[in-house]
Design a protein around this ligand. Structure first.
Ligand code: HEC
Length: 184
């Protein structure tokens, strides 16, 4: 009976300490063996969503000419970035996330999608039209495919918004542009 009493008080005491620890540590200790049996120091995972997204933006793009500069993207620019990396990157960039692009093999060589010198002078309406209708319909090379059937009008608007966001030199709308926190 005496031993049973000691056994119970020790058990309850241990549980009490465990409960106290769980409550007072912000990161409760894991009551299990880690995969490496605690021998391997694991690296802190990247907090992709919060670490690389600047405040007030949905996404970012690294300046193609300056890897140090991160361009914050609004919602439609971020959607446009997805379209770009799915449809256009093979021809309109020198490198893709999957390796080298096809750009140097295409004749005429497609302009880089951040080529502000080329695109800043073209209106949104014109860019949307050539993306939808393709090069041939607009008196340009047929190597520029038409996207009017595979992309929705809003996807085309978004990809144009993305082009504007990454343009170098920076694109400035001539009037009515709401200033964004983009260092301009
Ligand atoms: C198969 C390769 C290829 C793909 C994919 C491609 N383009 Fe092009 N694009 C071209 C070529 C080639 C030109 C140059 C046409 C010319 O100058 O005659 C061009 C030109 C352009 C132009 C400039 C038109 C002008 O008036 O000079 C824009 C804007 C453009 N592309 C947008 C896009 C967008 C947006 C996408 C993705 C939705 C895309 N392109 C996908 C090959 C491609």
């Amino acid at each position: 009976m005496k031993y049973l009493l000691i056994f119970f008080s020790v058990t309850v005491g241990c549980l009490g300490i465990a409960a106290y620890v769980m409550k007072h540590y912000t990161n409760p200790p894991c009551w299990c063996w880690s995969r490496g049996q605690g021998m391997i120091v694991t690296s802190v995972p990247h907090l992709v969503s919060s670490q690389y997204t600047s405040f007030g933006s949905y996404g970012t793009e690294t300046d193609w000419n300056d890897p140090q500069r991160i361009i914050p993207l609004n919602y439609s620019e971020t959607e446009g970035k997805l379209v770009f990396y799915q449809q256009c990157v093979w021809c309109h960039a020198d490198a893709t996330p999957a390796g080298p692009s096809n750009r140097s093999n295409v004749t005429p060589t497609p302009p880089l999608m951040n080529d502000g010198t080329m695109f800043n002078g073209m209106s949104d309406a014109y860019l949307q039209q050539i993306i939808a209708a393709g090069g041939r319909a607009m008196g340009k090379s047929a190597m520029m495919p038409p996207y009017g059937k595979s992309l929705t009008p809003s996807e085309i608007r978004n990809v144009v918004a993305y082009m504007r966001a990454i343009a170098a030199p920076a694109y400035r709308r001539s009037s009515g542009r709401i200033p964004k926190n983009r260092g301009d």
